[in-house]
Design a protein around this ligand. Sequence first.
Ligand code: NDP
Ligand code: GDP
Length: 340
Amino acid sequence: MKKTALITGIIGQDGAYLAKILLAKGYHVYGLMRRYATPQFNNTDYLGITKDIEFVFGDMTDESSILNLIKSLRPDEVYNLAAQSFVGISWDLPKMTTEVNSLGVMYMLNALKLFSPQTKFYQASTSEMFGNSHKDGLQTEQTPFHPRSPYAISKLYSHWLTINYRESYNMFCASGILFNHESPIRGMEFVTRKISHGVAQIALGLAQEIRLGNLDSKRDWGFAGDYVEAMWLMLQQEKADDYLISTGETHSIRDFLQIAFAHVGIQDWEKYITIDPRFKRPAEVFALHGKSDKAREKLGWVPKVKFEELVKMMVDADVARLKHKMADKKYSSVKTPVVS
Ligand code: NDP
Ligand code: GDP
């Protein structure tokens, strides 16, 4: 019998990459998506897997939809990736962020407890929960949390609720504290994709500038394709636990810009950047740098894609996509909406 997995957030970045590896491992994959008048399958299309997923409708904010789905599917594994995942907008949408990221997880855990307590559950936690907290510049599973945004606060609730269901009901509930991970299908508003897309536009003569906020913050950026493998490994262990997933390298936005522009032959990148205070945050997380020794030792997980390769992969993908759209005469410039 095929193993079954339900992935919430299936049409997001990680949902698509995770579905790809689960399908390759022989799983039957259910993908929870919201109802749209015009659904977008760009990410699963990009990875060539849309037809292999069984899509099911639901919404993390609609408890009855979660209860009904769990009652009817009773999957072997649930990967809860659905979220309002963008920190920047969370100051403008704190209620919606909390409803999806906190209450949605409570609905899911409760549904599993009632109808499928043997299901293994993965919660998508985040390095944003650390805020500016660190020891000697590094974060580990032991670093105290100090969330700095409504997003991070909503995720801290669900991180602790996941642990609480494990401790209260002996359910298999694991939480992955993942550091930033990117790919050619990363959301357009995140700084990496904004840069790769902006650089591609500039290289093709379609734009003259990229408007950004704080260039000095640092992130431990990895490749989404590597990180979803860690999610799966967490659910294959005998006992549920929490693991921090990171590359162990940290880089600034300036480093990202320099490599991305150099890749299209532009060295003097500063002249294409306009600092726009509207992209600065009310409270910044200045530097994230994770130590993922536990995951490497216990899960045998190692990230494969290095930082420079990731930047180039993203720029190449955006250049290719734009060229394709231009050839089809379907190009239209995308302006990132301003937040806060
Ligand atoms: P994305 O934003 O790409 O995907 C999130 C998905 O959640 C989207 O498919 C979205 O669907 C869905 N979603 C949002 N609200 C609801 C809802 N009410 N009901 C059902 N589905 C909903 O995020 P990523 O793939 O990058 O991230 C996956 C998870 O990992 C998220 O929980 C994120 O917070 C977390 N995370 C991500 C990190 C990263 O660097 N990528 C780092 C650490 C944690 P729709 O199109 O309908 O909005
Ligand atoms: P986050 O780590 O989940 O918040 O991922 P983001 O990619 O959204 O932001 C990473 C860092 O880039 C943060 O420190 C932002 O303040 C910084 N940054 C600078 N300019 C921008 C911008 O224009 N957009 C975004 N999204 N982030 C920016």
